[in-house]
Design a protein. Structure first.
Length: 376
């Protein structure tokens, strides 16, 4: 949908902000521009809605040169979200969100109805509608910024460091919310950040830029992690890219065992079977199948399993939705080295050893990752 074709931006003082950049930004997905401060990300984003005009090169939207379109028409097709939300301080939340529909000539009622609908969409309580921006937290203001950008339902959303000013917990919530919204709305999003973890989490495609406005690599996140184009990209990705790459492999491929699991009311025969099964530890569950803790098989006694003496089972993982990274983390945190797999309701579906996870990791690294990210 958006094609950046050999675009250069030289500012009047001679600064080369962007140097012959070419990018094909795919439709209905999130493309992230990431790189160190001053590498030309914001300049690139602003050239897409013509807040900055390129010195050379062309940008095509749906095959049409954006220079050949009236700026107002172009901007109407592009929502714009910035850091600190950039809200109108003298307008209520609902009227901030209704801004663009009002500009487009919608009646006040219709624009407010649309704004109320969007507040719900982005997870804002309707009680906030009549407040002013200063009466909202940073995270809430950022949600208002997103709702405002979506108000006229533009096909394109440009987002410039939208979540950089909020604390890490709120930021994670906003990122999750954006992914959820995007799954519903399917916008073409161009997202600028200097945070590589944010880029990897949100991007379908990630463009890593380096100072001088050069493109270092343009690839899906899993490919960046497995095959960084050069040492600049490798350094920018940081030290634990092997571990992070495991987020792209589903834990569903792990073979779980049920032999080392017993219920707290296990019979003497069931316990005897665990003893002969040659497993170092047995996971004890409650009568509903929820994990209680680990025991050595020889310490189990039928009818009187002392739950207070069990070793903690750590944090379980959900094989159906989590990644190999989540499974590995559970095994590393488990005092027995075994990870506990549960279903969506918290009932044990099986257990898996660090060794088996290690084998799955080795075969995963040899294979191509799934294109889609796994939740955990
Ligand atoms: P980023 O978003 O990656 O931090 P920018 O696109 O904001 O980078 O800036 C790229 C380069 O262009 C920087 O060196 C910056 O100082 C310079 N720059 C940005 N805007 C202007 C301007 N209006 N005039 C001159 N130089 C600018």
């Amino acid at each position: 949908m958006i094609r950046i074709d050999s675009v250069t931006k030289r500012y009047p003082d001679g600064t080369m902000a962007v140097d012959r950049l070419s990018l094909e930004i795919p439709d209905r997905s999130i493309t992230v521009l990431v790189g160190p401060s001053g590498c030309g990300k914001t300049t690139t984003l602003r050239m897409i809605n013509r807040m900055v005009e390129p010195s050379e090169g062309t940008i095509l939207l749906d095959g049409v040169d954006i220079q050949k379109q009236p700026v107002t028409t172009l901007r109407r097709s592009m929502g714009y979200v910035i850091q600190n939300a950039g809200l109108f301080q003298h307008r209520t939340i609902i009227d901030n969100i209704a801004t663009v529909p009002r500009l487009l000539g919608w009646s006040k009622d219709r624009a407010r109805r649309r704004a109320a609908e969007l507040m719900e969409r982005v997870g804002l309580d309707s009680a906030l509608a009549r407040r002013y921006p200063y009466q909202l937290s940073g995270g809430q203001q950022q949600r208002v910024g997103v709702a405002r950008a979506l108000a006229a339902d533009p096909p394109v959303l440009l987002m410039d460091e939208p979540f950089s000013a909020v604390d890490p917990v709120v930021r994670k919530g906003l990122q999750d919310e954006l992914l959820r919204l995007q799954a519903e709305l399917g916008k073409t999003i161009v997202f600028v950040t200097h945070d590589i973890d944010e880029a990897i989490k949100l991007g379908t495609m990630v463009a890593v830029m380096r100072t001088g406005g050069h493109l270092a690599q343009f690839a899906p996140p899993a490919e960046l992690l497995s095959a960084p184009a050069d040492s600049f990209v490798e350094d920018f990705l940081g030290t634990d890219r092997g571990i992070r790459r495991l987020s792209f492999f589903p834990a569903a491929r792990l073979e779980l065992q049920t032999a080392p699991v017993v219920a707290v009311d296990a019979s003497a025969e069931q316990i005897a079977a665990r003893r002969t099964a040659d497993v170092p530890h047995v996971l004890v569950t409650d009568l509903d199948g929820r994990p209680l803790g680990w025991s050595r098989p020889q310490d189990l006694t039928a009818g009187t399993i002392a739950t207070e003496r069990l070793l903690p089972y750590g944090r379980p993982f959900v094989p159906d939705t989590d990644s190999l990274r989540a499974a590995l983390d559970c095994a590393v945190l488990s005092p027995t080295g075994w990870a506990v797999g549960v279903d969506g309701t918290g009932r044990v579906v099986g257990v898996v050893s660090q060794q088996v996870i290690g084998e799955a990791i080795r075969s995963a690294h040899a294979a191509a990752p799934t294109a889609a990210k796994v939740a955990g």
